[in-house]
Write a new protein. Structure first.
Length: 412
């Protein structure tokens, strides 16, 4: 099979893995004339955005879409009738270097189906990273998917070469994984996550204690995982509780949510339709609230419903359920309280805290602070603004704050 045809098949097969962010790693470049590539911003194939807005383009492919496992939700499962292809280690290395030299990419995201055994597959994946780093002195970003139950020595070697490692937990419930992916063991996945966390902690300790000699690197961008949304009956409360547990137990950098996509010749155990994409978006917003806004998983979702509302964002939904905590005086409220105001982002709150040290915040200041006025005003008190109690308690407040549908134009 020609290399171009392999790339067509294996790049398409990799599109279902959403966990390809490139943030959090160390900065490297080849401006000293040594090595090749960098982790600086770039534009190209798979656009991955860092928290500071930088865009890093990644070559996102599978080593092979052949797989011993028969996960019902996966288009690359053993029983799936799809074209199969496999790269050699040298072919992936050549593609990565060639694409970099053409300024198409700044890094590599490499995953693989399970072939022969977990150890054999992991050795092939690690072999790509090893060759890029040691033979071609590639300094760009590398994200490797780790294989559960692979030998610990291989995981240690993967962390030596990769910027980020990830292992997909797939399902929020162990029973769902057992039903839909019988060859996979969620306990084995969590054991691997635990081993990675121990190595990451050791690397952090060594870096903190280092004096002159540079300590050995180990996946400086940490580890991440992905959950499929909508393939089983798990509600949003269950998904967010699982994510909170993963963040706490394994210090994950990110949990990614991938809406289930119906596949050809699907099992009857799977739903016939994909969940609405807005559900995936709301889960990401709720995840953000847990990571940066001080919310607990249990308080984000209405316990009586178990699902996030699709028509409004999770923070606004929480505020409407807790109207007794508002209106909040922006000039005296604590940082933690301000973070719970609809329309206030983390940067907005920092600007507010900085501004009010010098002067009281007024209505005219909101535009300069980049505040969504329509969303925030019913919940806040300013020097020259106080919402009426009837407006805050109004049954129509939710409808008034919903984003209105817009007809998009074609630009001509």
């Amino acid at each position: 099979m020609e290399l171009s045809r392999k790339l067509e098949i294996l790049a398409d097969a990799a599109k279902y893995d959403a966990s390809c962010a490139s943030s959090g790693t160390e900065m490297r470049d080849s401006s000293d004339g040594k090595g090749l590539g960098s982790t600086a911003p770039g534009m190209g194939i798979c656009h991955s955005y860092a928290p500071d807005g930088r865009c890093i383009s990644l070559l996102k492919i599978l080593l092979t879409n052949a797989c011993n496992y028969d996960c019902l939700y996966c288009v690359n499962r053993a029983s799936s009738n799809v074209p199969r292809a496999r790269f050699t280690v040298d072919e992936v290395v050549k593609l990565t270097i060639d694409f970099y030299r053409r300024n198409y990419i700044e890094g590599l995201f490499l995953s693989s189906g399970i072939i022969r055994s977990p150890d054999y597959t992991m050795e092939q994946v690690v072999g790509v990273a090893r060759k890029l780093r040691e033979e071609h002195h590639f300094r760009g970003y590398i994200h490797l998917k780790t294989i559960p139950e692979a030998d610990e020595a291989l995981l240690n070697e993967a962390g030596k070469y990769a910027d980020r490692l990830s292992i997909n937990i797939e399902m929020p419930l162990e029973a769902s994984l057992t039903k839909l992916a019988p060859e996979k063991d969620q306990r084995a996945i969590r054991r691997t996550m635990g081993r990675l966390r121990l190595r990451l902690d050791e690397a952090e300790d060594a870096k903190a204690k280092a004096t002159r000699a540079k300590p050995p690197r180990f996946a400086p961008a940490g580890q991440s995982t992905q959950m499929i949304v909508g393939a089983d009956a798990a509600d949003d409360q269950t998904i967010l509780s699982t994510s909170a547990n993963l963040y706490g137990a394994y210090k994950l950098k990110r949990v990614y949510y991938s809406a289930f996509s119906p596949i050809p010749d699907a099992s009857r155990a799977l739903p016939l339709q994909a969940p609405p994409l807005i559900r995936e978006h709301r889960l990401y917003q709720a995840d953000w609230l847990m990571r940066f806004y001080g919310f607990d998983a249990e308080e984000i979702v209405d316990r009586n419903e178990g699902m996030l509302p699709l028509d409004i964002d999770p923070k606004l939904a929480w505020a409407l359920r807790h109207r007794d905590r508002f209106p909040l005086d922006v000039n005296t409220a604590s940082r933690e309280e301000l973070l719970r105001v609809p329309g206030f982002g983390t940067r907005t709150v920092e600007r507010i805290l900085s501004t009010r040290r010098a002067s009281a915040i007024r209505l005219a200041d909101l535009a300069r602070l980049h505040v969504s006025r329509n969303k925030a005003l019913p919940f806040i008190v300013l020097r020259d603004h106080r919402p009426s109690v009837t407006a805050l308690d109004s049954a129509g407040l939710r409808a008034r704050l919903q984003r209105k549908p817009q007809q998009l134009g074609f630009g001509f």
